[in-house]
Design a protein around this ligand. Structure first.
Ligand code: ZN
Length: 251
């Protein structure tokens, strides 16, 4: 089974289309989406439609949760909060059916093939930003499959744990484009494909990954897209300028 893994699209339709085009060319059996399809970008409705139309296995992200529960939006930083309030108004007015779809999204999905999916951390209410070995190590307590897929940090990469507590060693790998990693059966893995629509690792191209479960191998990939056009769409929508500016930086 070959999975295309996408996350953190954040309303960036041009980036999503470019990634899906590459995934179609590569050939996958199923699309996995790790949440945050909305927020920051100008095309949340189109992005949700594309992901739902492709019958992606999808977990809810914190930006979708913020649409449903305004108290979460209030805890966001200014740009994220303004953008999610814009998104929420737009979707509620134009496509209330999508709000219902979002309400039905699970927080976690287990697949029979020893894979679990979650947006931020496998420990509910745990340390949510898995950015280094220190933050990832305790999260492995919530990983009861061989592979756990997460998004949220917008940083493509991998944490690998060998052995059980308390002697566990956790090492990290950056998911650079073109890098592929064998997922040996002796270890457990937390894998992050990076962000399609708001990359924050210094590479402005859309990030995603392909996971081949039979070969037990993941490869991180990038897709270029028309960034000035995406920026123009963001600004024309009245979204915060910062959401557009950072697209060119990948930061
Ligand atoms: Zn995100």
């Amino acid at each position: 089974m070959r999975f295309g893994i996408i996350s953190d699209i954040h309303g960036n339709l041009l980036a999503l289309e470019s990634v899906l085009e590459q995934l179609d060319a590569a050939g996958i059996d199923r699309l996995i989406c790790l949440g945050d399809v909305v927020g920051y970008g100008p095309d949340p409705i189109e992005c949700l439609d594309l992901v739902f139309d492709r019958d992606a296995l999808m977990v809810i992200g914190n930006h979708e949760e913020a649409m449903l529960r305004p108290e979460i939006a209030k805890s966001f930083r200014e740009v994220a909060r303004e953008a999610i309030e814009w998104t929420s108004r737009r979707i509620n007015a134009m496509r209330p059916d999508l709000v219902e779809r979002i309400q039905q999204l699970p927080g976690m999905i287990y697949l029979e093939s020893d894979l679990m999916l979650v947006h931020d951390s496998p420990i509910p209410g745990g340390r949510r930003y898995l950015v280094d070995e220190t933050s990832a190590a305790p999260a492995f307590r919530g990983v009861d499959t061989s592979i756990c897929l997460v998004g949220h940090t917008h940083l493509p990469g991998c944490f690998r744990r060998v052995g059980g507590d308390p002697s566990a060693v956790v090492e990290s790998h950056v998911g650079s484009p073109g890098i592929s990693l064998e997922l040996d059966l002796d270890a457990r893995f937390i894998l992050n494909p990076g962000s399609v629509g708001q990359p924050r690792d210094g590479d402005p191209r859309a990030a995603y990954a392909v996971l081949d479960l039979d070969a037990r191998r993941i490869s991180w990939r990038r897709a270029g897209y028309d960034i000035p056009a995406a920026q123009a769409r963001t600004l024309a929508s009245g979204l915060p300028a910062r959401a557009a500016e950072r697209l060119a930086l990948g930061a």
